[in-house]
Write a protein that binds this ligand. Structure first.
Ligand code: MEV
Length: 314
């Protein structure tokens, strides 16, 4: 019998969403909002999977999973992911990560192995396949930050972790406006195709925002000064405008920006946009109570936490 609990961190993209799909630089952070998953087998020959955060419970016959081995997994993965379409279609990315880790832990149990760097790379690549099933043409940034944790610069498939993680508090706000990442990414692609000479400079500027933000975070990590926060806030405003130009803004996100700005705080969408989540760089007194009055869910998070990991095995 097996009984495992493991988790993957939440994630936010500080800068570079959408532009990263077109080969530009993105800066992504892991958040201390983890998705937990429990995997159990019992004497009835069933294996059950529980994702308490999204109230999801599933079970399979052990015999249908036993033949899985790392070498065969890639071949069966896409088929298995289609099995998982019972999950909410806008399943959070980190839940996808946890599901993929579930598949991996299953292999590990029978191979009696522990996770090495190579194995984490494998988890990352499977999670990427999961992203492809759900989102179509993902850049790979989301699965990378879920796997490795920390703060990552992601550029055309190259992952560079920031050597030092600054202390930064981020308010994550879910507007609860549903959106499809797949169609938002497709909409941006269409816009670039229609107005290439207009849109390419916008993507380039978003990339420059990511790079400038990375340099500022490094400075904050070594010697934080109030001016650094002002720079981060200005970059947030610039990028939020760029994202609106790309066509992924939404009235709910405008409300977030307006409400937080009334408290001197700066916000932008994070991820696909069109509703979904926004981030706010926090100063000492967050306006979360007022945002909750708008019907939003708010979490005060900290960044740069560990990636996917196993908590217990019996
Ligand atoms: C979604 O979290 C981020 C996007 O840039 C899509 C991607 O990078 O795959 C919108």
């Amino acid at each position: 019998n097996i009984d495992f609990i493991f988790s993957a961190p939440g994630k936010a993209i500080l800068h570079g969403e959408h532009a990263v799909v077109h080969g530009k630089v993105a800066l992504a952070v892991s958040l201390n909002l983890r998705t937990y998953l429990r995997l159990k087998s019992n004497s009835t020959g069933k294996v059950s999977l529980c994702l308490p955060n999204i109230h999801t419970f599933m079970s399979w016959d052990v015999s249908s999973l036993l033949p899985l081995r790392p070498s065969t997994l890639d071949a069966v993965l896409v088929q298995r992911l289609h099995h998982f379409t019972g999950f909410p279609s806008e399943m959070p990315d980190t839940c996808a990560m946890a599901v993929l880790a579930f598949l991996y832990i299953y292999i590990s149990v029978f191979a009696e192995s522990r996770w090495s760097k190579e194995e984490l790379e494998l988890i990352n690549s499977w999670a990427f396949q999961g992203e492809r099933v759900i989102h179509g043409t993902p850049s790979g940034v989301d699965n990378a930050v879920g796997t490795w944790g920390g703060i990552l610069r992601y550029h055309a498939g190259t992952i560079t972790p920031l050597s030092r993680v600054p202390v930064l508090r981020i308010l994550l706000t879910n507007t609860k406006v549903p959106r499809s990442t797949k169609s938002l990414v497709a909409g941006v692609r269409d816009k670039i195709k229609k107005f290439p000479s207009v849109m390419h400079p916008v993507l380039e500027s978003i990339s420059a925002v990511s790079v400038t933000c990375e340099l500022t975070l490094e400075e904050i990590a070594s010697d934080p000064m109030p001016e650094h926060y002002a720079v981060l806030e200005e970059l947030i405003d610039i990028n939020q405008h760029h994202l609106q130009v790309l066509g992924v803004g939404h009235a709910s996100l405008d409300t977030l920006c307006r409400t937080t700005l009334a408290h001197g705080l700066h916000s932008k969408l994070t991820g696909a946009g069109g509703g979904g989540c926004g981030i706010t760089l926090l100063r000492p007194e967050p306006p979360s109570a007022e945002l909750k009055d708008c019907g939003y869910d708010c979490w005060e998070t900290s960044i740069g936490v560990p990636g996917v990991c196993l908590h217990s095995a019996s």
